[in-house]
Design a protein around this ligand. Structure first.
Ligand SMILES: [Cu+2]
Length: 183
């Protein structure tokens, strides 16, 4: 019953909502009026410290969408790198590989965690080193055109953001998270 209903609603809205954008008592109006950026709070932002000459790095954080509507993160931008992408990891042939993705869905009332080895914000083409203590102003863009800026502190981040190729078979063991060419 519920599944059928959710299937039908988008079809109905697609037909019915377009001609009357200003219907005063449309039930969905309050949810739609609230900017996505205002529904979403960001906690524990951090970016991975990188020595000079490293091409890329990653940033992690937790999103909470307080609702009532959904929110969709569609991009991010920062001055520290030439481009900023949204990435995830997928397993392919037994190895975790990064993939750029167009958006990250943030369902109402839920947390979405960006963490090493999973979803992350990727800084591609770093203009310089990312040093511990530095703060990266990061602008998050949402599907409704709203945006939110967060200060992302640079930290020493270990753990498995790995699997990015450069590392395997080097034998030196722990590695401490340095030398991850890609992350
Ligand atoms: Cu990545």
């Amino acid at each position: 019953m519920h599944a059928l209903f959710t299937l039908l609603v988008p079809l109905f809205l697609a037909c019915a909502s377009a001609p009357e954008p200003a219907a005063p008592d449309a039930p969905s109006a309050p949810a739609k009026a609230e900017p996505m950026a205002d529904r979403v709070t960001v906690s524990s932002p951090r970016a991975r410290a990188m020595p000079p000459g490293t091409p890329n790095s990653g940033a992690f954080m937790t999103f909470h969408n307080a609702g009532p509507g959904p929110a969709t993160l569609v991009g991010a931008s920062a001055e520290v790198s030439a481009t900023v992408e949204l990435h995830t990891h997928v397993e392919e042939d037994g190895m975790m590989k990064m993939r750029a993705i167009p958006q990250i869905e943030l369902p109402a009332g839920q947390d979405v965690v960006l963490a090493p080895g999973g979803l992350h914000v990727m800084f591609i083409g770093l203009k310089g080193a990312l040093e511990v203590g530095q703060n990266i102003p990061l602008t998050l863009s949402f599907a409704d055109g709203t945006s939110q800026q967060v200060d992302v502190p640079v930290q020493e981040i270990r753990g498995h953001g790995g699997g990015h190729g450069k590392h395997k078979g080097k034998g030196k063991g722990k590695g401490k998270g340095h030398g991850h060419g890609q992350h």
